[in-house]
Design a protein around this ligand. Structure first.
Ligand code: NAD
Ligand code: ZN
Length: 368
């Protein structure tokens, strides 16, 4: 088992990472001083796989547990769903000190976090992430939100959990594509801040994809620690957290122009390569480092090329990104593996040139 302590200005908490941790949840909540009621919020797919085991762990430790599920999918990150959940919480007489457990991927983490932050002005939140994306990235940082209309994460709050339990054995029921998708942000953490971790990934990608649990444990723990380190220094997203946007300037554009057919992690993978290439052409990143990145992304089962999407549409999507300040596109560019710089001085014609050059002849596979 690995442990990452997150030290925040007002409170601190632990992330524990290991296999078979789900069944210890009840006992760990008791250790934190919780008794009485507890509520699990999950989606129906995860409920079928892990809902009963988690509920059992709670009842074994003397909790009166309620298990609530919503359908899977991004559409559930809505005020309507949050509203229904508040009713279920009041019907159960959930109180100020009733812990709410988020069991699932990033959708459940964001939605449940938002509900926990707002129900009775805040009740204790426990994150139990079950996707590689949520274990290595999205469950850390305190960003909770629901979507509003077409706008993603429009309504939300910064709200940190009291404990995060990442059980890596739950990852074995993800599809290959889901696992690869989650690897993208983990690779990103290596590129932006930790060259040694990137080398570890280079050597261990086959084991990760074969779900070797000790390796998964290390990878999730290191990725969580890197993100936590950034979050500790910039809790409210006022500056340093910008480096987490590496790969996202181009990535978001690909994601949206593809009509979400290309998943977030896949789009970020292509975005990381395109942005690394921009850095290379500006003379900031060596070709050898760019090649290493491409090799790792391909070995992770992620796409390396932009599937037939028009470069012009991508450029337009980038201009509309909400992170644009005064018409200038901000880029996070790697100087080497493990170090980045932020600039808004990249010439749009260079960006367009790179997008054309990374255009592949093959489509991204969009099946399982
Ligand atoms: N808060 C943040 O800082 C942050 C950062 C990045 C992304 N996000 C959010 O995360 C969301 C995406 O999260 P995600 O990629 O985890 O997707 P997700 O939560 O939609 O989960 C993907 C699918 O996997 C299923 N699933 C989850 N765990 C499983 C398991 N162990 N075995 C089998 N199936 C399982 C789910 O039912 C779902 O169908 C987006 O809404 C995004 O906005 C938030
Ligand atoms: Zn992302």
């Amino acid at each position: 088992m690995e442990k990452v302590s997150v030290k925040l200005s007002r409170n601190s908490y632990d992330i524990i990472i290991g296999s078979g941790l789900l069944s210890q949840t009840g006992a760990r909540l008791r250790e934190l001083g919780f008794t009485g009621k507890a509520v699990i919020i999950t989606d129906s797919r995860v409920k079928t796989l892990y809902g009963d085991a988690l509920k059992q762990s709670l009842t074994d430790s003397g909790f009166e547990a309620l298990l609530i599920d919503v359908p899977p999918g991004e559409e559930q990150k809505s005020l309507e769903t949050a509203g229904r959940l508040y009713y279920q919480l009041t019907d159960f007489f959930a109180e100020r000190n009733t812990p709410i457990l988020a069991l699932g991927g990033g959708v459940i983490g964001d939605l449940t976090g938002f509900v926990a932050a707002t129900y009775m002005r805040g009740v204790p939140l426990i994150q139990i992430p079950t996707t590689l994306l949520s274990q290595g990235d999205s469950s850390i940082g305190g960003k909770t939100a629901v979507n509003h209309g077409k706008l993603k994460n429009m309504v939300g709050a910064f709200y940190h959990p009291r404990l995060t339990i990442s059980d890596v054995s739950t990852l074995k029921t993800l599809s290959k594509r889901e696992l690869s998708d989650g690897l993208s942000e983990i690779i990103k953490h290596g590129v932006i801040l930790d060259g040694e971790f990137f080398s570890y990934l280079e050597k261990n990608l086959a084991k990760i994809r074969a779900l070797d649990e000790p390796v998964l444990e290390k990878v999730v723990a290191r990725s969580a620690a890197i993100k936590a380190g950034v979050v500790e220094k910039d809790e409210l997203d006022l500056g340093l957290r910008n480096i987490l946007n590496y790969g996202h300037t181009v990535g978001h554009a690909i994601e949206s122009v593809s009509g979400l057919k290309i998943w977030h992690g896949e789009a970020v993978a292509i975005g990381m390569l395109a942005e690394a290439d921009i850095s290379n052409r500006l003379g900031k990143l060596s070709t050898k480092e760019l090649d290493r990145l491409e090799t790792v992304i391909a070995a992770a089962g992620l796409p390396t090329h932009i599937p037939s999407l028009p470069a012009k549409a991508l450029m337009q999507a980038m201009q509309h990104d909400k992170k644009i300040v005064a018409g200038k596109i901000k880029f996070v560019l790697p100087k080497k593996i493990g170090e980045v710089l932020i600039t808004d001085e990249v010439n749009p014609s260079l960006v367009e040139e790179v997008l054309r050059d990374w255009k592949g002849s093959t489509e991204v596979t969009t099946s399982g």
